[in-house]
Design a binder for this molecule. Structure first.
Ligand SMILES: [Zn+2]
Length: 489
């Protein structure tokens, strides 16, 4: 009995020590947030919003079907850039790629500094015909109603193109010369993969022997009320993005008549494979980027979440469990599996001779399309099924960009100067951006735009009623204006 009591006491002491250790880590968790004084807001030309509105009116749609490409609209956008920004047009060196993508070079005074490249895309996704009645204002009307600019591209991503052009025009007008060379790169086909735009710009820079200090693209936003446990605005800077691969599965056992089916038909075999894939998701973990995010947000979380952030190795499983419960969270902690196409059969009384399916995977950094394919083969483990990489598009996960770099710190500083009180954090971009094409010419790619994203507008880009308050548009100009100065002085 005595021994039992002693063991119990020892156990209790160990438990208490363990808890004390966790609490100690939590209380001593250092904040990664920096403090900078807010700067005086620059005046934005009232004409700027008219320029933005004009840009929205030009239907630079990247269509699903290449035959629907409207070259006239893209010609008009070329004219828009030239005529609206005479200082950029006359003072910066411009190169056009495949008629509609542009690279501007603003030569810096100090050649020893590596250039920085700011990219955005001037194309937009189409507006579904059946959704038109749900738009409160025409998607290509560029209307400004109650201090809000309406239309496709206001968030994704004409704000990037126009915001950058406005800020550079403003700097040029005031005779500003950067020390660091600044490039602006605008792709015209980001929404369909960037094969004719960003790919060419990146290739050209590579051929010129350019090595960039960093690339700045769209991706992260200022998130409002979307990070659980944090009330303040959180600026999320994408420091890595997931890869994309589609795996095609097909099975072609002998068909036959549906009155005498074999034990297993093509549809049975394929359906079973899909079930196996769904029942065996990729293992969950806290990827390096997400771990970094927890470090940056840790001190801002309420106590219990902070405790997890401060003890990632020991309590990370709790973070994973909570993340897995929502689709967005789940995408943060694993390579996701999504069957997107399932085809077989044409007649109700005929066993189809073939069945095929496509499964789309979004790959965590550290894994690859090859490792995904291997795992799919292992999981399905059925020689009757042909399994190969397919689809029209694929990309490997990006490298992970640093947070202790000139680029990241300049972006962090600028956010605090222009949006005081904002929390800043790196994060993992789940979707894809044009920036992936630049991986060969820079170590660091940051994906961030100063748009505020919240529950009301999160589905609007690529969806209906995409719109942006004029004040946010003007702040985007202020943000780029200050960022260019911060990186080039
Ligand atoms: Zn975009």
């Amino acid at each position: 009995m005595k021994l039992f009591k002693k063991t119990l006491l020892i156990l209790l002491a160990v438990c208490l020590l363990f808890i004390a250790f966790l609490v100690f880590n939590t209380l001593t968790l250092k904040s990664k947030q920096l403090s900078f004084d807010a700067i005086e807001q620059i005046d934005v030309d009232p004409l700027s919003k008219t320029n933005f509105s004009n840009a929205i009116k030009i239907k630079t749609i990247s269509p699903e079907n290449a035959a629907d490409f409207d070259s006239l609209a893209f010609d008009n956008f070329n004219v828009f850039l030239q005529e609206t920004y005479p200082f950029v047009d006359s003072l910066l060196e411009e190169k056009t790629f495949n008629s509609y993508s542009h690279l501007y070079k603003w030569e810096g005074s100090d050649k020893s500094l590596k250039p920085a490249l700011f990219i955005a895309h001037l194309d937009v996704v189409p507006v579904a015909e059946e959704n038109l009645p749900n738009w409160k204002h025409a998607p290509f009307g560029g209307e400004i109603v109650n201090d809000t600019i309406w239309g496709r591209g206001t968030i994704d991503d004409k704000i990037g193109v126009v915001g950058l052009m406005e800020s550079v025009e403003l700097l040029l007008k005031s005779n500003y010369t950067p020390k660091r060379t600044i490039y602006l790169g605008f792709g015209h086909d980001e929404e369909i993969g960037g094969a004719n735009g960003a790919t060419f710009i990146a290739q050209y820079l590579k051929e010129q022997g350019v090595s960039l200090e960093f690339v700045m693209d769209e991706g992260g936003t200022i998130s409002q009320g979307l990070v659980p446990g944090i009330d303040k605005d959180v600026a999320l800077i994408g420091t890595a993005e997931k890869g994309f691969v589609t795996v095609e599965l097909s099975v072609a056992l002998e068909g036959g008549h549906s009155s005498q089916p074999d034990k297993e038909t093509n549809i049975d075999v394929l359906a079973n494979a899909i079930v196996k894939l769904k029942n065996n998701p990729f293992p969950a973990k806290i990827p390096e980027v997400v771990g970094k995010m927890l470090e940056y947000l840790g001190s801002e979380f309420p106590f219990t979440t902070r405790m997890v952030a401060a003890n990632q190795k020991l309590l990370g499983f709790l973070f994973i469990a909570v993340s897995e419960s929502s689709p967005q969270g789940n995408a943060n902690v694993r390579t996701t599996t999504a069957p997107t196409i399932f085809n077989s059969g044409v007649k109700e009384n005929v066993l189809p001779p073939v069945a095929n399916a496509s499964v789309n995977f979004r790959i965590l950094p550290g894994e690859s399309s090859t490792s995904v394919l291997e795992r799919v083969k292992e999981t399905v483990n059925d020689e009757r099924i042909k399994i190969e990489i397919g689809g029209n598009f694929g990309t490997e996960p990006s490298k992970i960009s640093g947070t202790e770099t000139m680029g990241f710190e300049a972006i962090q500083k600028t956010i605090l100067e222009v949006f005081p009180g904002t929390i800043v954090s790196p994060y993992l971009v789940i979707g894809g951006t044009d920036s992936r094409h630049y991986g060969d010419i820079t170590e660091d790619i940051y994906r961030f735009g100063s748009v505020k994203l919240h529950k009301q507008n999160i589905k609007s880009f690529h969806g209906i009623n995409e719109a942006l308050p004029v004040s946010e548009f003007e702040n985007a100009i202020r943000f780029y204006h200050q960022l260019i100065r911060n990186v080039s002085e």
